[in-house]
Design a protein around this ligand. Structure first.
Ligand code: IDP
Ligand code: MG
Length: 150
C-alpha cells in the first residue's frame, strides 16, 4: 500500500468542490488515512513548494495557497501516488484531459484545485509536513477485498 499527500486547494473550498473531488478519489477505492481543514502559512508554503522557490510563478502560488482554508489529507491505496496524479490530470488545467479532476472542473494552471505528491520520496516528506504520525490512521474496510485483489 502507498500513501500520498493530497491537498484540496483554496479554490476547491471556495468553489464548493471539496465533496465532489473527494468523492472521485473515494470512488476509485482510495482510502482516507488522515484529513483536516487548515490554512497554510507562508513558512509551510515555502517548505511544501521548496522545489519551486525562485520561479516566476512562486509568489503568486504562495499568495494563492495561503489565501484561505484548504483540505489536507493522506490518501492510501495500491499505487496511490500515480493513481491520484492520473486522476488529477495535467498541471495545466487548460490541457488536462476530460475525465480528470482538473480537466472537468478547472481551467487555469494557477487555479488547478488539487495537489498530489509526485513520488514516494515527495509523499514521505510532504505527509510529515502536514501530519503527525499519530494522525495518520491504519484501518480495514469491509470493502477492501472488493477493491484490491492482493
Ligand atoms: P503539480 O501540482 O501538478 O505537481 P507542479 O509543477 O509541482 O505541479 O507545480 C506546483 C503548483 O504550482 C501547480 O499545481 C500550480 O498550482 C502552480 N504552478 C505551476 N506552474 C505554474 C505556472 O506556470 N503558473 C502558475 N502556477 C503554476
Ligand atoms: Mg508537484
Amino acid at each position: 500500500m502507498e500513501r500520498t499527500l493530497v491537498l484540496l486547494k483554496p479554490d476547491a473550498v471556495q468553489r464548493g468542490l471539496v465533496g465532489q473531488i473527494l468523492g472521485r478519489l473515494e470512488g476509485r477505492g482510495l482510502k482516507i488515512a488522515a484529513m483536516k481543514l487548515m490554512q497554510m502559512d507562508e513558512a509551510l508554503a515555502h517548505r511544501h513548494y521548496e522545489a519551486h522557490v525562485g520561479k516566476a510563478f512562486f509568489p503568486g502560488l504562495v499568495e494563492f495557497i495561503t489565501s484561505g482554508p484548504l483540505v489536507a489529507m493522506v490518501i492510501e491505496g495500491k499505487e496511490a501516488i500515480n493513481i491520484v496524479r492520473a486522476t488529477m490530470g495535467d498541471t495545466n488545467a487548460a490541457k488536462a484531459a476530460p475525465g480528470t479532476i482538473r480537466g472537468d472542473l478547472a481551467l487555469d494552471i494557477g487555479r488547478n484545485l488539487i495537489h498530489g505528491s509526485d513520488s514516494s520520496e515527495a509523499a514521505r516528506r510532504e505527509i510529515a509536513l502536514f501530519f503527525q504520525e499519530s494522525e495518520v490512521l491504519s484501518y480495514k474496510r469491509a470493502t477492501d477485498p472488493w477493491i484490491t485483489e492482493s
